[in-house]
Design a protein around this ligand. Structure first.
Ligand SMILES: O=P(O)(O)OC[C@H]1O[C@H](OP(=O)(O)OP(=O)(O)O)[C@H](O)[C@@H]1O
Ligand SMILES: O=c1cc[nH]c(=O)[nH]1
Ligand SMILES: [Mg+2]
Length: 211
């Protein structure tokens, strides 16, 4: 598994506001979307393209367009939904699948409550988005859904990650072709397995506390 940690002052600047407990939900939502767009630049570096010939007002030239089949973006609900628009903006022809997952805060096991994915993902480039890679259980379970459908090329994008989450992912990924893009690598987990320093519960900060 290839791990890319974004190292850019604009990302760190936006992350600092995102982490601040005083930042209200409307600003938080905007920043999550903007950070996704910045991280998408790294995450789509190897997106598949094909040549296309066009006529400019001056000359004929060869450019590229996104190859078919279109890439698949999979946000992990709830919090991943906050990143979807930022990714779709850069990949407007992409299709979108959904996974709904909730980490049990006692056992730390992810429970899947929604799944809407194409049956066959062979040959599709897949992009999974979720702001938080904590223990790694949720993201590992999510990419297993994709492997089970034949996906061979998966890029996961998280705003924050931990060394523990990366280890879990390495084990889950094995020899599959997976790239993990992080906005920042944080210190680790606290006694409740929240990311430190982190930003708290991303889903709650985006959409409110519902449990
Ligand atoms: O790496 P893990 O230890 O599995 O934790 C990370 C998961 O926890 C959060 O979702 P949560 O379960 O809080 O659901 P939510 O998005 O509905 O708030 C987050 O968005 C990840 O999906
Ligand atoms: O720090 C954390 C850990 C899991 N889920 C979150 O939303 N935040
Ligand atoms: Mg949550």
């Amino acid at each position: 598994m290839r791990v890319i940690i974004a190292d850019h002052p604009l990302i760190t600047h936006k992350l600092t506001i995102l982490r601040d407990e005083q930042t209200p939900p409307p600003t938080f939502r905007l920043l999550v979307e903007e950070l996704m767009t910045l991280l998408a630049y790294e995450a789509t570096r190897d997106v598949r393209v094909e040549s296309v010939e066009i006529q400019t007002p001056v000359a004929r030239t060869t450019g590229v367009r996104l190859s078919r089949p279109a890439p698949l973006i999979v946000p992990i609900l709830r919090a991943g939904l906050g990143m979807l628009e930022g990714m779709v903006k850069l990949l407007p022809t992409a299709e979108v699948g959904f996974l709904g997952m909730k980490r049990d805060e006692q056992t730390l096991q992810p429970a899947t409550y929604a799944e809407r994915l194409p049956d066959d993902l062979a040959g599709r480039q897949c992009f999974v988005v979720d702001p938080m890679l904590a223990t790694g259980g949720s993201l590992a379970a999510a990419i297993q859904f994709l492997f089970d459908r034949g996906a061979e090329d998966v890029t996961a994008v998280c705003i924050l990650g931990t060394p523990e989450g990366i280890s879990t992912m390495r084990e889950a990924v094995g020899q599959h072709n997976v790239t993990l893009v992080l906005g920042a690598l944080d210190e680790g987990l606290d006694e409740s397995s929240y990311i430190v320093p982190g930003l708290g519960d991303a889903g709650d900060r985006l959409y409110g506390t519902i449990d």
